[in-house]
Design a protein around this ligand. Structure first.
Ligand code: RB5
Length: 150
């Protein structure tokens, strides 16, 4: 599986650990930046290219990091086809995929530590969408909304 990662300065340090963790697990990793620690950088500049790659299918899932995870999730969800969740608990990390087909996990590097972050990423990446009719129906309603606003 090809995984995209992105972070602003708030998540920059954690992104390095995430990349190493993912490569160690055998995932192919595409890094959308930031590529240097710059305290004045802006999360949309990295998260939106990641989100566009998800929408295009050039990466299958994404991990977006900022200080709180809020900006990353708001930005990622602006791109049609992206279903991003800001998640700091294990249940939601897999249930968000199983029920909601979440394709981008957002984390706040100033909120959780690296060990929990990597566990949540592992949980997210090993979960699969259930394909249940009721979940497909709900996702179809969201897709219709996206089309309406293109
Ligand atoms: C940057 O200081 C911080 O606002 C950003 O990383 C993120 O937490 C925004 O949601």
């Amino acid at each position: 599986m090809r995984i995209g990662i992105a972070a602003d300065h708030g998540g920059f340090m954690l992104k390095g650990e995430v990349a190493e963790f993912l490569r160690g697990k055998g995932y192919e990793v595409q890094d959308f930046g930031a590529f240097q620690m710059e305290s004045t950088d802006d999360y949309p500049d990295f998260v939106i290219p990641l989100a566009r790659a998800i929408a295009l299918g050039t990466v299958e899932r994404g991990v977006a990091l900022c200080g709180s995870g809020v900006g990353a999730s708001v930005a990622a969800n602006k791109v049609p086809g992206v279903r991003a969740g800001l998640i700091h608990d294990s249940f939601s990390a897999h249930q968000g995929v199983e029920d909601d087909d979440m394709n981008v996990l957002c984390l706040g590097a100033r909120v959780i530590g690296p060990s929990l972050a990597l566990e949540l990423i592992d949980t997210f990446l090993t979960a699969n969408f259930s394909g249940a009719v009721r979940h497909k129906r709900r996702l179809a309603k969201l897709h219709a909304l996206e089309i309406e606003h293109i």
